[in-house]
Ligand binder design. Structure first.
Ligand code: KIV
Ligand code: ZN
Length: 440
C-alpha cells in the first residue's frame, strides 16, 4: 500500500480552516436520483424516481441532479416525464450529468426541452490513476482538451435550448487524487471557455470520487483551490465526497470550513460503494448548532419509509439521527441523566424562558425530527431506577416519590433479568401494580 496521505498532501501554510466554525448553510444539491440510483442493485423505475423527486422538493432541495439522460432510455424518459407532468417547481433547478463527449452532450440538450432552469453537469476524469489505467496513458494535455471541448460544445448548444436557463457545472472527476495545480489549470481553462460572471457563476464541483485520505487533507485541497483560483468570485465551489473510509461527513464539514459554497450528497448516504455524503447528517448537525439549513427533516420517519421502499435497503439501527436506536438509552445512568435534562427543559419551557436543548446524551430534541419520546427509554436488566420511574410517570401519570425509586427499580430489574428480554411499559406497570398497589 502506498502512503496516500503523503502523496496527496499539498503545501499549504497558514491554513484558515482549522480555526473556523460553520455558521451558515451551503447550497445543497441532491444527487440521490443519479449517483444514489446508479448504485442500487435494482435501480428505481420512472414512477419511483418521480415520487422521490417530489419528496426531495418537499424537503426543500432547490438543486436536484435528476440523472444522466444521455446514458439510457429510462433516464431520458424520466426527465421528459418531469416536464410532461409539470412536476418541477419554478424555484427548483434540475441538474443533468453528462460525460464530456459530443454525442452525449447533444442528446442531453434534447432531453432538456421544456425545462425552465437547468444545470448541465459536464465531467471527465483527471487523476494520474484514471489517465493511466482508464484512458490508456492519455497525456495531461489530452485530458484537458476533453474538458475544454466538452464545455465549448455545451456553450455552443445553449442558444438551441430556447426557454431554458442553462448554467454550467464542471467536475474534474477524481479531483482529490489529481495533481492539484493541474486540476486548477483544467478548471481555469474551462472557465475561460465558458465565460462565467459574478452574476452568473460556474459551479466547479471538486469530487472526492474515491475517499483516499483523511478529511484534513481534503480540507487543505479545498482551501488551496479556493485561494488559488483566478476568478474565485465567478465560481461556486462545490463538494462531492464519497465515504470509502467512513469519513465522508467529516470531509464535507471540513471542506465547508475550508471555503466551499455548495454540497452534493444523498439522503442517508446512498451512493456508489460505501455511498455518497449523507446530507441528512450534515444538515441536522448544522441544526444542532442552531443553523437553519432550508431543509425540512421534521418528519424523518416518513422520509425514511419512502427511502427504504424505493431503494430496497434498510437504514442501520445506529445511523445518525435516523436509526431505530439512536434516541434509545438502555443504561440506567444515561436514563437518569436524560430524565433530569428533560425535566429542566420542560420547566424552562413552561416558564417561557430561553433555555435551549441541554439534555445529556441527546444532541437534539428527537421531536424536532418527528421521533418519539416514548421510544427513548426502554427498560431491560441494565436500566436504572430513574428510567423505571420515568416510564411510570410518562405512561401512567404517576410521579413516584424519590424514596420509592430504588425499590421499584429493583422489582422491575428482577423481572427483566428473569425474562432475559426488554420490558414494555405495560410489563413495568404490571410489575409495579402487583408489588406496590395490591399489597397490604
Ligand atoms: O464521484 C464522482 O466523481 C461523480 C462525478 C460524476 C461527479 O459522481
Ligand atoms: Zn459521485
Amino acid at each position: 500500500y502506498q502512503p496516500f496521505h503523503k502523496k496527496f498532501q499539498i503545501p499549504l501554510s497558514n491554513r484558515q480552516w482549522p480555526d473556523k466554525v460553520i455558521d451558515a448553510a451551503p447550497i445543497w444539491c441532491s444527487v440521490d436520483l443519479r449517483d444514489g440510483n446508479q448504485a442500487l442493485s435494482v435501480p428505481m423505475n420512472v414512477d419511483e424516481k418521480l415520487e422521490y423527486f417530489r419528496m426531495l422538493c418537499e424537503i426543500g432541495f432547490k438543486e436536484i441532479e435528476v440523472g444522466f439522460p444521455s446514458a439510457s432510455d429510462t433516464e431520458f424518459r424520466f426527465l421528459r416525464r418531469l416536464v410532461e407532468e409539470n412536476a418541477i417547481p419554478d424555484d427548483v433547478t434540475v441538474q443533468v450529468l453528462v460525460q464530456a463527449r459530443e454525442h452525449l452532450i447533444r442528446r442531453t440538450f434534447e432531453s432538456l426541452e421544456g425545462v425552465k432552469k437547468a444545470i448541465v453537469h459536464v465531467y471527465n476524469s483527471t487523476s494520474p490513476l484514471q489517465r493511466k489505467v482508464t484512458f490508456s496513458d492519455a497525456s495531461r494535455e489530452k485530458i484537458k482538451e476533453i474538458a475544454v471541448k466538452g464545455v465549448r460544445l455545451t456553450k455552443e448548444l445553449v442558444p438551441t435550448a430556447k426557454g431554458t436557463n442553462i448554467r454550467l457545472q464542471y467536475s474534474p472527476e477524481s479531483f482529490s487524487d489529481t495533481e492539484i495545480d493541474y486540476a486548477l489549470e483544467i478548471c481555469e481553462a474551462v472557465m475561460d471557455v465558458w465565460g462565467p460572471t459574478e452574476a452568473n457563476p460556474i459551479v466547479l464541483n471538486l469530487p472526492a470520487t474515491v475517499e483516499w485520505t483523511t478529511p484534513n487533507v481534503h480540507a487543505d485541497q479545498i482551501e488551496w483551490f479556493c485561494r488559488n483560483l483566478k476568478d474565485r468570485n465567478k465560481a461556486i465551489i462545490s463538494l462531492h465526497t464519497h465515504n470509502d473510509r467512513g469519513t465522508g461527513v467529516a470531509a464535507t464539514e471540513l471542506g465547508l470550513l475550508a471555503g466551499a459554497d455548495r454540497v452534493e450528497g444523498t439522503l442517508f448516504g446512498n451512493g456508489e460503494r460505501t455511498g455518497n455524503l449523507d446530507i441528512v447528517t450534515v444538515a441536522l448537525n448544522m441544526n444542532s448548532h442552531g443553523i437553519s439549513t432550508g431543509l425540512d427533516f421534521s418528519d424523518l420517519n416518513a422520509i425514511r419509509r419512502v427511502y427504504e421502499r424505493v431503494t430496497r435497503m434498510d437504514i442501520h439501527d445506529r445511523h445518525p439521527y435516523a436509526g431505530e436506536l439512536v434516541f434509545t438509552a438502555f443504561s440506567g445512568s444515561h436514563q437518569d441523566a436524560i430524565k433530569k435534562g428533560m425535566d429542566r427543559v420542560s420547566k424552562a419551557e413552561s416558564s417561557s424562558s430561553e433555555y435551549g436543548w441541554q439534555v445529556p446524551y441527546l444532541t437534539i430534541d428527537p421531536e424536532d425530527i418527528g421521533r418519539n419520546y416514548e421510544a427513548i427509554i426502554r427498560i431491560n436488566s441494565q436500566s436504572g431506577k430513574g428510567g423505571v420511574a420515568w416510564v411510570i410517570d410518562q405512561e401512567y401519570g404517576l410521579d413516584l416519590p424519590k424514596t420509592m425509586h430504588p425499590e421499584v427499580g429493583l422489582v422491575v430489574n428482577e423481572l427483566a433479568d428473569n425474562r432475559g428480554a426488554e420490558l414494555s411499559s405495560e410489563d413495568i406497570w404490571e410489575a409495579f401494580r402487583q408489588s406496590f398497589v395490591n399489597c397490604e
